[in-house]
Write a protein that binds this ligand. Structure first.
Ligand SMILES: [Cu+2]
Length: 332
C-alpha cells in the first residue's frame, strides 16, 4: 500500500514536471506576442513575491517582538502611521499604476486582435465537436487540426464555432480566444522560430473536449507556400485498381455524406475535409497519429478510439476496408 503511494506520488510529480517541459508551456514563448505576455507574467510574479516576502518579514518581526512595545527602531505613533501610509497606500498605488500602464499599453495592445492591414495572412478556424476546421481565405485549401504558417509572418486567425463555444489556445504563441457561434474573434499568431506548437480547446465543449488538440507548424516561407499550393489543389485521381475501388466505396458508403474530397462527388460537411488527408501528421484532433495502423483502427471503429465522436462505425467488409485504405493513403 505504502510503496504504491510512493510510486504514485513520484509518477504524479514526474507527470507534472513533464507537463512543464512539454510544448504547451506558456512560459516558453516562441514569438513576440507570447514573449510580451511572459515578461508581464514574470514582472507580476517577481513583484508579488517581493510583496509577500515583505509582509511575511514584518509579521515575523512583530511576532518576535510581541512582548516589547513600540517600533523596532524607536519612534512613536506618527512613525507607525507613516509606515502604514507608505507601505499600505503609496507603494500599492505606484506599483498598480505602473502595472496598469505596462499591461494596458505595452502588452494588451500587442497581443490584442490584430488589425487586418498589419498581417500578411488570414487563417479561418472553426471549432466543431470535436475537431478544428481550418481554411485559408482566398484559396480553396481546407484542412483540419493542423495549421501551417510561415515563420516570422503576422497571421490573423479568425475564429468562430459551428456548434457550442470552444476556445482556441496555442500557449507558446499567444493568449486564447473564445470561438462563439455566430460571432468571430481574432488573435495574432506569430512564431519567430520554426517548429511545431501544440494547443488545445480550453472551453469545455462536451464529451471529447480533451481530445480536441491543434498543431501549429511554423515553416520557412517557401515550404509553407508549397504546402498551401498543394492543399488548395483538388484530390489526386486514383491510379491503381484498389484505389479506384476504394473511391467507389467512399462514394457509395455514408463517408461521402459527411466528408468532402474536393474534385469528387463527396461533399459532406459534418467531418473534416479529407482531400489531402495524408499530409496530416495526426488524426481525430490529435487523438492518434496518422499512421497506417491507426488510420485503419479509426475507420474500423472510431467510437473505440474517441467515444462519443460524431463519426459512426460502419460495418465494412475486409476487402472494402483494404480498398478504402488504399484510396485514403493516396490522398496526398
Ligand atoms: Cu472544443
Amino acid at each position: 500500500m505504502r510503496t504504491g503511494c510512493v510510486v504514485g506520488c513520484v509518477a504524479g510529480a514526474t507527470l507534472l514536471l513533464a507537463g512543464c517541459g512539454g510544448n504547451q508551456n506558456t512560459l516558453d514563448p516562441a514569438g513576440p506576442p507570447e514573449r510580451r505576455i511572459v515578461h508581464l507574467w514574470w514582472w507580476m510574479f517577481g513583484g508579488s513575491a517581493i510583496g509577500f516576502a515583505v509582509i511575511v518579514g514584518l509579521l515575523g518581526l512583530g511576532w518576535m517582538r510581541r512582548t516589547r512595545p513600540g517600533l523596532p527602531g524607536g519612534g512613536g505613533d506618527r512613525a507607525a502611521t507613516a509606515i502604514v501610509v507608505v507601505l499600505g497606500v503609496a507603494v500599492p498605488i505606484v506599483v498598480l499604476t505602473i502595472l496598469f500602464v505596462y499591461s494596458d499599453i505595452f502588452v494588451l495592445r500587442s497581443v490584442a486582435a490584430p488589425r487586418k492591414a498589419s498581417t500578411q495572412l488570414t487563417v479561418k478556424v472553426i471549432g466543431r465537436q470535436w475537431f478544428w476546421e481550418v481554411r485559408y481565405p482566398g484559396t480553396s485549401a481546407a484542412t483540419a487540426n493542423e495549421i501551417h504558417i510561415p515563420v516570422g509572418a503576422r497571421v490573423n486567425v479568425v475564429g468562430t464555432s459551428d456548434d457550442v463555444i470552444h476556445s482556441f489556445w496555442v500557449p507558446q504563441l499567444n493568449r486564447k480566444i473564445d470561438l462563439i457561434p455566430g460571432r468571430t474573434n481574432r488573435v495574432l499568431l506569430q512564431a519567430d522560430r520554426t517548429g511545431r506548437f501544440r494547443g488545445n480547446c480550453v472551453e469545455f465543449c462536451g464529451l471529447q473536449h480533451a481530445h480536441m488538440g491543434v498543431l501549429v507548424f511554423a515553416e520557412p516561407p517557401a515550404r509553407f507556400q508549397a504546402w498551401l499550393r498543394n492543399e488548395a489543389k483538388p484530390a489526386r485521381t486514383p491510379t491503381t485498381a484498389l484505389q479506384r475501388s476504394g473511391r467507389e466505396i467512399f462514394d457509395s458508403q455514408a463517408c461521402s455524406g459527411c466528408h468532402t474530397i474536393r474534385g469528387t462527388s463527396a461533399r459532406g460537411t459534418n467531418g473534416p475535409d479529407l482531400t489531402h488527408l495524408e499530409t496530416r501528421q495526426t488524426l481525430a484532433a490529435l487523438a492518434i497519429p496518422n499512421r497506417r495502423a491507426d488510420l485503419e483502427r479509426w475507420i474500423r471503429d472510431p467510437q473505440h478510439v474517441k467515444p462519443g465522436s460524431k463519426m459512426p462505425g460502419l460495418e465494412l467488409t475486409k476487402p472494402e476496408l483494404r480498398d478504402l485504405m488504399a484510396y485514403l493513403e493516396s490522398l496526398r
